[in-house]
Design a protein around this ligand. Structure first.
Ligand SMILES: C[S@@+](CC[C@H](N)C(=O)[O-])C[C@H]1O[C@@H](n2cnc3c(N)ncnc32)[C@H](O)[C@@H]1O
Length: 203
């Protein structure tokens, strides 16, 4: 499959019906998600791997990983409404190797080969991405994680403290739709950074 084909596939997914601001719910743009999943695929972090999709939302990373041959995917999401949309998306793509865990990432504890995540940035609650980062490094061998670019220096220190090693740092810019009451514009442009981290775990 080509990256463009995956992107087109992911464009057909249903998104959040009533996004919840306090959970920072928005869907990763399909071109960005396809890019990340393809990078992971080429670095041998997807095919036949056990994957955790933390804060899975409506399932874009889980479905991308499923389509590219992941062995098993654990989709962790706290919000039931998002999970209902994710279930429909999984049915559409006949992804039968995705198990849904309705819980907080704080309570999830299965070890996996690869973690994929686009955590809340902390625009509602400062450092809301930290529990995701800490959990991902604790359970995963390799982590792909998207963050607000302005926090990079803080994140680098934190990842060092957690004994993670950043192998890739890729900037992205994309628009987030106007889902929060405090946004006055229709879309808000965000500068993000994707980090690929190796935790040093053996699994
Ligand atoms: C920015 S959205 C990303 C959704 C999806 N992964 C994507 O890339 O389209 C963040 C997701 O994390 C979920 N979330 C927020 N806090 C959570 C927590 N403590 N445990 C599990 N999920 C959480 C939200 O409900 C939301 O679906």
């Amino acid at each position: 499959m080509k990256k463009k084909e995956l992107e087109i596939m992911l464009q057909s997914l249903s998104g959040f019906e009533k996004p919840k601001a306090w959970l920072e719910q928005y869907m990763t743009p399909p071109n960005v998600a396809a890019d990340i999943i393809f990078l992971a695929y080429h670095l041998r972090d997807i095919k036949n791997k056990e994957i955790a999709d933390l804060g899975a939302g409506t399932g874009i990373f889980s479905i991308g990983a499923c389509v590219l041959g992941a062995k098993k995917i654990k989709a962790v999401e706290i919000d039931e409404d998002a999970i209902n949309v994710m279930k429909r998306n999984l049915d559409t793509f006949q992804c039968e190797n995705v198990d849904i865990y309705q819980m907080s990432v704080n309570d999830f504890s299965c070890n996996v080969g690869t973690v994929l995540q686009n955590p809340p940035f902390g625009s509602q609650r400062k450092h809301a991405d930290l529990p995701f980062l800490e959990k991902a490094i604790r359970i995963g061998k390799v982590i792909y994680t998207l963050h607000n670019a302005v926090t990079i220096e803080f994140l680098e220190r934190k990842i060092g403290d957690l004994k993670g090693v950043i192998t890739h740092k890729i900037p992205y810019k994309f628009f987030i739709p106007r889902i929060y009451e405090f946004h006055r514009k229709e879309k808000v442009r965000r500068e993000l950074v994707l980090l690929r981290i190796e935790s040093g775990k053996i699994k």
